[in-house]
Design a binder for this molecule. Structure first.
Ligand SMILES: *Cc1c(COP(=O)(O)O)cnc(C)c1O
Length: 461
């Protein structure tokens, strides 16, 4: 017997490669400065290991690429649409499908349809685009996630759970007629990719039913959520990912989807609902903003790739490797004493920038600075999830000051090997050792919406 533990390897092999550019520290320092210390404004060709996002950055399989050749590019009634519709029913269980070009388009349509001026939309934390569309439709987002979600080191296995008391308090306070739906996501991106339990979702459904409130799921990462349910929740270890996913969705009235995550495609999304009259409204509206209801802003080949991605992403070997790769990276940092959000989430590891850069106050944007420094030192690209991403309160104009000030390292699916992760982890550890030297940043340009994408900064002196 060998003396080391049985090794693990990625459950795929490489058929096409994309070379990476290796750069010097001086080069990267210059590029970061030119990009206004915003990693979103770097050119991808200047990045060595790109952990900016897992959105649309996955590697498609040979099966998906083969499907691209079967794109039926008819304006109306493409066969790829019907295949996607059938697979959405099969894997997610919803009756009606409206394709959109990506997740935020789905959020736009659902928000415009269901929210009236002055309504409240409770959610288990929020996603940036989801909340913005709710606000643009006249709604007010109310965070009803459990308190544990805001505590970076809390080991709760389901930090994405809805706090039922908070949900009920809101109903009492504003009245159910002012709450068109509760917006539930699993896993919760902004809480660190933390899952919601099946039991919690069931209770959300019960409480919502009592008051005639809809439950709308952000299903973008529901397969990752299903994996956590299988691993952590009593009674689910013998169920398949497919069974868990179907049960989870069955407690909701519909979903929005960004196919760019779980579904392993570079572009695509949809809305799926069970209510026929809501479907009619959405199908009508999608024509205005996206395209005819059988393509919704997508090419036929995109719908085919997404339908095939659905089949692949529920494979246990795939989703296990995807989530455990993230866990492997997280464990390396924990072992090195680097402060991260624990337990590790489904798609990303979040550095706790408040602790990492203890000497930089939140007004000096420690997470933004940390993401910039990581790129300069190593060529690894991450992103800020803190005061910059949180934006301003639309009523007061004040910066939101989120409890969590994080840097997100997000893992594209099937793109990087364990060796890449070792290099990235080493870079973070090295930065942590030299953390005392770091300096904060200040805004020099701030766009009105989703400012983190295009804002520019300079060093505070
Ligand atoms: C990415 C994402 C969205 C938005 O989808 P896009 O395709 O980027 O528009 C919504 N919700 C969650 C949880 C996401 O991760």
């Amino acid at each position: 017997m060998p003396s080391y533990r049985k090794p693990w390897a990625e459950p795929y092999k490489i058929k096409v490669v994309e070379p990476l550019k290796v750069t010097t520290r001086e080069y990267r320092e210059q590029k970061m400065k030119e990009a206004g210390y915003n990693t979103f404004l770097l050119r991808s060709e200047d990045v060595y290991i790109d952990l900016l996002t897992d959105s649309g950055t996955s590697a498609m399989s040979d099966y998906q690429w083969a499907g691209m050749m079967l794109g039926d590019e008819a304006y109306a009634g493409s066969r790829n649409f019907y295949y996607l519709e059938a697979n959405t029913r099969k894997y997610y269980g919803y009756k009606y499908l409206v394709p959109t070009h990506q997740g935020r388009a789905a959020e736009h349509l659902i928000s415009r349809n269901l929210i009236k001026q002055g309504d409240y939309v409770p959610g288990n934390m929020y996603f940036t685009t989801t909340r913005l569309h709710q606000e643009l439709a006249g709604g007010k987002f109310v965070d009803v996630i459990i308190d544990e979600a805001h505590e970076p080191q809390n080991q709760h296995p389901f930090k994405g759970n809805v706090d039922l008391q908070k949900f009920e308090d809101l109903i009492k306070k504003v009245g159910a007629s002012k709450i068109p739906y509760i917006s539930v996501a699993g896993t919760v991106n902004m809480a660190g990719g933390q899952p919601q339990s099946m039991g919690n979702m069931r209770q959300v459904r019960e409480l919502a039913n009592k008051h005639g409130i809809k439950v709308i799921l952000d299903a973008t990462r529901a397969v990752e959520n299903a994996y956590f349910i299988k691993e952590r929740e009593k009674g689910y270890s013998n169920k398949s990912i497919e069974e868990i996913l179907l049960e989870y969705c069955s407690y909701t009235d519909g979903c929005t989807m960004s196919g760019k995550k779980d579904l392993l495609v570079n572009i695509g999304g949809f809305i799926a609902v069970n209510d026929e009259s809501l479907f009619d409204e959405l199908r009508n509206m999608v024509v205005v903003y996206e395209g005819l209801h059988t393509y919704g802003g997508l090419a036929g080949r995109d719908m085919e790739a997404m339908a095939r991605g659905m089949e692949e992403c529920v494979s246990y070997d795939h989703i296990r490797s995807r989530v455990e790769q993230v866990g492997y990276f997280g464990q390396k940092l924990i072992d090195a004493g680097v402060p991260i959000v624990e337990p590790a989430g489904g798609h990303a590891i979040f550095l706790d920038a408040k602790k990492f850069y203890e000497h930089i106050p939140q007004e000096e944007l420690p997470a933004q600075a940390l993401a910039a420094d990581l790129y300069i030192e190593s060529g690894v690209r991450a992103m800020e999830r803190g005061v910059v991403s949180a934006g301003r309160n639309p009523e007061t104009g004040e910066n939101y000051h989120p409890k969590l000030e994080l840097v997100r390292l997000t893992f594209p699916r099937r793109v990087y090997t364990q060796a890449h992760l070792d290099v990235a982890a080493y870079s973070v550890e090295e930065l942590y050792e030299n953390r005392k030297k770091a300096k904060g940043l200040k805004f020099v340009y701030e766009p009105k919406y989703l400012r983190f994408f295009q804002a520019r900064f300079e060093r505070v002196s």
